[in-house]
Ligand binder design. Sequence first.
Ligand SMILES: Nc1ncnc2c1ncn2[C@@H]1O[C@H](COP(=O)(O)OP(=O)(O)OP(=O)(O)O)[C@@H](O)[C@H]1O
Length: 577
Amino acid sequence: MKPKLNPEAKAIYRAITAEIKKRLSLPGSEAHLERFSLTNDPGEIRERQEYLRTNLPKVRPEMRGLISKVRPIRFQKEFLSDRVLLIDESEVERAESLGLCHVTTDPTEAQEYPIVLSTLGYGVDVELKPQDIAPELYLLPLWKNRGTLEALARIGEMTGERSVAPDILDALEKFGEVMERESVLESLDELIAEKEHELNEKIGERLENFSLTLSGKELLNFLTQLREGNYDAIFRHFSGIEEEILELINRAEHELSERLGTAVEVFSREELYPVRVAPESIEGLRRLLERELALERYLAARETLEKIGPLIPKLRYEIERVHELDFLLAVREFTEGFSFPGVWEGGIAFLQGRHLFIENPQPVSYVVGKKPEELNVPGADAVRDEGIVILTGANSGGKTSLLELITQIEILFHMGFPVPAQKAWIEPLDELFFFRRKKSVYGAGAFETALRSFVRALRGKGKKLILIDEFEAITEPGAAVKIIGELLKVARERGFLVVIVSHLGEDLKKELPFARVDGIEAKGLDENLNLIVDRQPIFGKLGRSTPELIVERLARTSRGKDREIYERILVSFGRGV
Ligand SMILES: Nc1ncnc2c1ncn2[C@@H]1O[C@H](COP(=O)(O)OP(=O)(O)OP(=O)(O)O)[C@@H](O)[C@H]1O
């Protein structure tokens, strides 16, 4: 069963889950936190603890960078217009229902497509299944997510849980070669423009050098022809250089062919300088390359998918597991130094508990209900397994913070998490109530609302822990003693656990002999005249509110007449400055 929390306890639950969520690196990992919603089933709590004990040590902070690189790999259906499926009439319906490409029964029509797939022995042989018809739809997402695969491979090495990612990356290499050619195709215009420019520079240079070897007269002659743009005349006289230029063009085209993986002839031979490429020849080349590549890519994808296909289910599992690791890492970081509480009967106790949201808190040990043997902190002898405790003591002593700490420990325990204490013993609860001190001190409204909530908390049966912060602030002390007295008697009769913060400890103690009164006390003033408070409550001892320390501080910090008065007050406490 899920234990019930009142709104203020719920706010603490939300603050705790927010702490874990803010440590997650990936969207989607939150789902794992939902598996840790509150439960009071001791078996379930133990199982969760066992799971965390085994799995938390597997994650390390160094994994965070890798985890954050993992992206979901989605395989999506798409209609591919570069291929046709040539099939028998009887297969048309089934082929069309796949919705992956054009379908025809006419071989002539099929010839128009770069890729012809067929069950009839034309083109590439296929069966009517997506892996055969559109293997790229599986391969492309994997290729684009190589970063994810590399991260998975490294995470696998770190956890010792072997990943399939390295095998997939290996298999993808061949497909990568085709993808590489495809990226060259995308920059075809620049590639050719670059070659054209390079070629013209080379030819220009050749021409310039050549002119230097002419005699003065020849030079004048050729300069005139050059000026007139009459290159043909020059070339006629010097057919040697024409050959050289043709050789330069051939070499440039050869280099392009190597780069593009197909025979390229794009530079005109008629006009040798400057060399130009006609836009139509680039377009023609592009179409040719696209056709060739489409088929090549299809074949590479199909071959690669045969190796990778069986690994995909494991890959999906691994990506899900990374979300789990992300969650575990967040929990590990949040619960660093915490301990797993034992399932206990008859209350809650903890050693050296540390408030989650106070920086460098003083650790505090506490018990409500049955005291474990091991809780042998100083003063614990005074504990008589009381289920009803009145917490008293110095202003700003840490009473509210202690109620918060108890709530935090309870909530983490009921989630199955470790708790911020050196050791803890906790009984699963049906209900947890935390009533904060109400800000509106005056007005019957606040009093009525608070009283109603307490009475509601005391209704019914079950294991309950009720934490109340200073109820008397909203009514007169006399009435408060009567009301609290009666409420706590009801709580005791029903076996509920209660911690109530009150300054009326003395009066309540008389009224409620079964209750324990604990006190937090100030020990003195430090060199800056701040109160030194020992946050550890003393069991069974009323906490003095030590107003004389405040008087002492005022006496020490004031002058003249004021000081005289403070000193007189101090003397009445039996103290001097
Ligand atoms: N264990 C602790 N270690 C360090 N600081 C603490 C601890 N507990 C409380 N404090 C700090 O002491 C201050 C007062 O705490 P808190 O409000 O809990 O006291 P309180 O006794 O409820 O005060 P009041 O009497 O005004 O209600 C807070 O600033 C809190 O951060």
